[in-house]
Design a protein. Structure first.
Length: 308
């Protein structure tokens, strides 16, 4: 049974809810940085990349992607499929089965060849390639070494994230799952209502509509709010968030999860939960919370967020 994260459980308590084929086996998977060279002309068979349910794979491209150009078979069965300016983060859900093959295609900006890249994502029962670098031009050995050194820190972070995802999915659900993940202590949950202290600057693309609540567990915090997308605006889908302490430059909480990645239609609201690490001294705030969308660059800005 999948163990929900702290933010997902808090949101569920507040809201009162809780064409691919598998004809061939899975290929061997690399555990380090994988480099794939794309020729100028499309190969007969696309390169294969291992993915696995509950584990993240980050694909970096050597050029800027055309916004909205990603096509992914079975995208609805991914927990995350988040394209960035020149990268793509994938976290498959448990709805995928080992051996399935899903075609992924992206298009590049500019006139350089090739203008697109196609990969075949192969579902492995236990292993995922954490970091894949896609190159369209021949690279020297030294440039590979430089890139490898630059990616070591990123690979370490992804391995830690996969370890956390595996630990969460291996435990029981509900509060027992939070206990198994080490998120409960003798203080249990602490909560705080920040509604009266929050401020929304004019530059914010969305505005809070209702209470803004914050929660603290053993080494996590979560902030929940309902955001309104104004009438006449385009649909808005959150991609990531940042929590920075006001008045102290460079002091931030590491955001672990923003949920759900569902569109907020014009004139509609949606409850959003942001979960972050809080393993150091307990900082109460005030914090500025920024949430930005996957495409379009619109950002929701909420100031004065206080934590328990």
């Amino acid at each position: 049974m999948h163990a929900p994260s702290f933010a997902l459980l808090i949101t569920a308590l507040l809201m009162g809810t809780g064409t691919a084929s598998a004809e061939r086996g899975t290929p061997p998977c690399q555990t380090g940085v994988r480099h794939i060279e794309l020729p100028a002309t499309a190969p007969a068979e696309p390169a294969q990349v291992c993915i696995s349910p509950g584990q993240s794979t980050l694909i970096n491209f050597d050029g800027a992607l055309v916004p909205g150009s990603m096509t992914l078979e079975g995208e609805e069965r991914f927990t995350q499929a988040e394209p960035g300016p020149s990268s793509l983060k994938l976290v498959p859900s448990e709805k995928l089965t080992a051996g399935e093959r899903l075609r992924l295609t992206v298009r590049f900006q500019g006139s350089a060849a090739p203008s697109s890249a196609t990969l075949l994502l192969v579902v492995h029962p236990a292993q995922a390639e954490p970091l894949v670098d896609i190159h369209r031009l021949t690279r020297t050995v030294e440039s590979y070494h430089q890139e490898l050194r630059a990616r070591e820190a990123q690979l370490h972070q992804l391995r830690e994230e996969n370890h956390r995802l595996r630990a969460e999915s291996a435990g029981p659900g509900g509060l027992a799952g939070l206990h198994a993940a080490g998120l409960l202590d003798d203080k249990a949950f602490m909560a705080r209502d920040s509604t009266a202290s929050v401020r929304v600057p004019p530059a914010s693309a969305l505005i809070p509509d209702g209470p803004l609540l914050s929660f603290r567990a053993s080494n996590r915090v979560a902030v929940t709010m309902r955001l309104l997308n104004p009438e006449g605006a385009a649909p808005w889908v959150v991609q990531d968030a940042r929590m920075a302490l006001e008045g102290k430059k460079g002091v931030e909480l590491k955001v672990l999860k923003v949920w759900p990645a569902a569109p907020i239609q014009p004139g509609k609201t949606l409850s959003i939960a942001v979960e972050a690490e809080a393993s150091g001294p307990p900082l109460q705030g005030p914090f500025t919370l920024r949430l930005w969308e996957a495409t379009g660059g619109r950002t929701a800005i909420i100031q004065g967020v206080m934590l328990p």
